[in-house]
Ligand binder design. Structure first.
Ligand code: CIR
Length: 259
């Protein structure tokens, strides 16, 4: 199976409250109009790549609810509803339940600990779950058991300390290759994979998103773009400067699967 042949996605319109989104370090609030523009361009690119996108309405009560990736894991035919670790985000999962029920024949629920989708990297060799400040060891362990029920093998690894999510520092480029920061690579969490490292100073580029034959990459990382182009990836730069102010990147704005 080609792990990037997504043809369906769920996104959520950013709420006006997105300007109050969680951030580890406050470099200033993102502008609402700026986030809307980045989200609109993101959806357009997904659609241009043949993905059918369902857009859910904004949720003002949840400033970070545009980052739907953290609420669930989705696979062909099955979804797992997660339990976000951030207290202000916990209710986002329940808001996603009805949509998942409509789209997936099988639905499982994480009942123990916490886990956010940003900590989960799905690959052809298994599903890597990063224990982090948001994904507890109990949540990650319970997730491994749920994954087994839908025929997926889960592995618990560590998200580097001080990094929000595992996928803040990595992304799957193809069935054998992961784009990864040096910091994450040092722990050797992905045995058997070829790693392409983000050049020093461009760690923020690691949260890329492969869709079909394209790799969506945050704008402003020219060295990473060059490394990927030289390795024959078809790079599509997308603006993420506003969502980056609230610690977000490209994977977080959608749930993606092949129907
Ligand atoms: C948060 O701290 O939860 C949000 N401000 C950013 C979430 C980004 N999610 C992701 O990359 N999966």
């Amino acid at each position: 199976m080609n792990f990037h042949a997504f043809n369906r996605a769920i996104v959520r319109t950013p709420s006006r409250s997105v300007v109050e989104g969680l951030r580890a370090v406050d470099f200033g609030a993102p502008s609402y109009d700026g986030v809307i523009a980045e989200h609109r361009d993101y959806v357009r690119v997904l659609e241009s790549l043949g993905v059918s996108v369902e857009t859910l309405p904004a949720l003002e009560a949840f400033p970070d609810s545009v980052f739907v990736e953290d609420t669930a894991l989705v696979f062909t035919g099955a979804a797992i509803l997660l339990r976000p670790g951030a207290a202000t985000r916990r209710g986002e999962a329940a808001e996603m339940a009805a949509t998942l029920n409509r789209n997936f024949a099988r639905m499982l629920h994480l009942e123990d600990g916490t886990a956010e989708g940003g900590d989960v990297l799905t690959t052809p060799r298994g599903v890597f779950i990063g224990a982090s400040a948001r994904t507890s060891v109990a949540g990650a362990t319970a997730l491994v058991a749920l994954l087994a029920q839908i025929g997926q093998q889960g592995f618990v690894v560590n998200t580097p300390r001080g990094v929000l999510h595992l996928k803040s520092d990595c992304s799957l480029l193809d069935d054998e290759t992961i784009l990864c920061t040096s910091c994450l690579a040092a722990a050797e969490p992905f045995p058997g994979f070829r790693l392409i490292l983000t050049p020093p100073g461009e760690e923020g580029a690691a949260n890329a998103l492969r869709i079909g034959d394209s790799v969506l990459l945050s704008k402003g990382y020219p060295k990473t773009a060059e490394v990927l182009a030289r390795a024959s990836y078809n790079v599509k730069p997308l603006a993420t400067a506003e969502i980056a102010k609230i610690d977000a990147g490209l994977s977080c704005m959608s749930l993606r699967w092949r129907a």
